[in-house]
Design a binder for this molecule. Structure first.
Ligand SMILES: Cc1cc2nc3c(=O)[nH]c(=O)nc-3n(C[C@H](O)[C@H](O)[C@H](O)COP(=O)(O)OP(=O)(O)OC[C@H]3O[C@@H](n4cnc5c(N)ncnc54)[C@H](O)[C@@H]3O)c2cc1C
Length: 465
């Protein structure tokens, strides 16, 4: 048994953990990071990055297929395209591999010691790591739990055979002819849309009354319309019951209470994610929990001094950029810098078609918080760049406090709007008013011009509508 002693031990090298370790290393803290699988966590290996790679493949394939069918309005034709999904997955895996190596390089540059193995708490200062070369004991002054999350399994539809999680969906080398997606949240819809664009017949089963229940109907409307255009059947208010007797599909109870069998080559279950805390030895600690998630305070501190938790293991919003921001903050706190969680917003994006971005408060949330509102909305139908990209669907919406004109929230739906999230986030973080946004010169012709136009609309003088 080998012993390692360090100032900071980070458990889990996902976006939360590896960012925390890099920042700690930069600050001169003697840091060890333990990872049981691959550097980069869910995000890099089976989440954000591979899903966006496959969404890109689907988009390119659909464009080619539309051109082959003579459906482009600008006269582009090509011969029938074919997609080698095996090669697409290999390309995606290559990107993941490059990023894995990149994370390893960054950790090394920051002089962080990487230990490959599964960590388990022995007490609040000691962790046992099972490595390929035997157990190692790590003693640390401070420990950060960044063990992330894993897909939730339905007991009556366990993963295996033709029932797959998002991880399985991203590794498919053969296109399922019929794909049923259980769960109409962002992960299910991003992947479901991608498979539909590649040619699968997709059905989405969602228990709630609408898809993407966390977003308002104005934002989700264009996504629902596009799903219909893609031939995706969306069953809302429907409950998955289990596999059909022959195992060739899914039994569901539809909104009218009737039972229906949906034929499926693959059933993709995306009904949420659960924290990874099993076998972590949490029973040897005294932590407060929020259900199955680890409860944290403003500075990501847990109920035990010297133990922090960051990222998905602490609950919603389970997003990579939140985990990274928490990781950076905790490293600085451990190094003695004066830091607090002072973020004004955490942007959320659905990489559906069209994409949805939401930063800050929605109109409903702002009203619930007691604000009188000024709202301005500008359609991409009136934006020159959107027209030249053949993407006139959607809008930008700015939600401001009446009186002060302080911008409380910004949302958008449309093709390519994910890239506008940076400007939206900066505006909220800097405490912009409607006049600040309206008064900023935005380059022409860009989708971003819809942003000042929406602010001008809220001020009562939009120029292009
Ligand atoms: C299909 C999909 C698409 C997504 N798309 C996006 C997106 O577009 N944008 C976005 O912001 N988020 C997205 N997410 C969510 C994002 O992946 C997570 O929010 C993010 O990865 C959380 O980071 P984390 O560091 O908390 O945990 P994780 O990334 O889950 O990393 C935790 C790490 O800890 C390791 N670990 C666990 N237990 C132990 C142990 N006992 N010992 C050692 N190591 C351990 C794990 O192996 C893992 O590598 C997506 C997720 C999925 C599944």
């Amino acid at each position: 048994m080998t012993d390692i002693t360090c100032k900071l031990l980070v458990i889990g090298a996902g976006p939360g953990g590896y960012v925390c370790a890099i920042r700690a290393g930069q600050l001169g803290l003697d840091t060890v990071i333990v990872e049981s699988t691959k550097l980069g966590g869910s995000c890099l290996n089976v989440g954000c990055i591979p899903s966006k790679a496959m969404i890109h493949v689907a988009e390119e394939f659909e464009k080619a297929a539309e051109a082959a069918a003579g459906k482009t309005p600008f006269g582009l034709t090509v011969s029938q395209p074919a997609l080698d999904l095996k090669q697409a997955v290999a390309w995606k895996d290559g990107i993941v591999q490059r990023l894995n190596n990149g994370v390893a390089g960054l950790l090394r540059k920051a002089k962080v010691k990487i230990v490959h193995g599964k960590a388990r708490f022995r007490d609040g200062r000691t962790v046992l790591v099972e490595t390929e070369t035997g157990p190692k004991t790590v003693h640390a002054e401070t420990i950060v739990i960044a063990t992330g999350s894993a897909p939730v399994e339905l007991p009556f539809l366990p993963f295996g055979g033709n029932v797959i999680s998002s991880t399985g969906a991203l590794a498919l080398t053969e296109l399922p002819k019929r794909l049923v997606v259980v769960g109409g949240g962002y992960i299910g819809l991003e992947l479901g849309t991608a498979f539909a664009r590649m040619g699968s017949k997709v059905t989405v089963v969602e228990a709630q009354e609408k898809i993407l229940p966390l977003y308002d109907a104005e934002l989700t409307g264009p996504v629902a319309k596009r799903l219909t255009a893609l031939g995706v059947e969306v069953l809302t208010g429907a409950r998955a019951l289990g596999p059909t007797a022959k195992g060739d599909g899914l039994r569901v109870e539809t909104a009218d209470g009737k039972e229906r069998s949906l034929p499926a080559d693959r059933i993709l279950v995306t009904v949420g994610r659960k924290p990874v805390t099993d076998d972590l030895g949490l029973d040897n600690l005294v932590l407060d929990m929020d259900g199955r998630f680890i409860r944290i305070g403003e500075r990501c501190e847990t109920a035990m001094r010297g133990i922090y938790a960051i990222g998905d293991v602490t609950g919603e919003p389970m997003l990579a950029h939140r985990a990274m921001a928490q990781g950076e903050m905790v490293a600085e706190i451990v190094a003695g810098l004066p830091r607090a969680w002072d973020k004004r917003s955490i942007p959320a994006i659905c990489f559906t078609d069209p994409e949805i971005v939401s930063v800050g408060l929605s109109p409903e949330e702002a009203k619930r918080a007691g604000h009188e509102l000024k709202i301005g909305q500008f359609p991409f139908a009136a934006n020159g760049r959107a027209m030249t990209r053949h993407g006139e669907t959607g809008f930008v919406r700015v939600v401001a406090q009446a009186g002060s004109d302080l911008v409380l929230g910004i949302q958008a739906v449309g093709q390519g709007v994910s890239e506008l999230s940076a400007a939206f986030g900066l505006a909220i973080e800097m405490g912009a008013t409607l006049a600040d946004i309206a008064g900023t010169i935005h380059a022409h012709p860009t989708l971003g011009e819809a942003f000042p136009e929406a602010a001008m609309k809220a001020l009562g003088h939009a120029l292009h509508i």
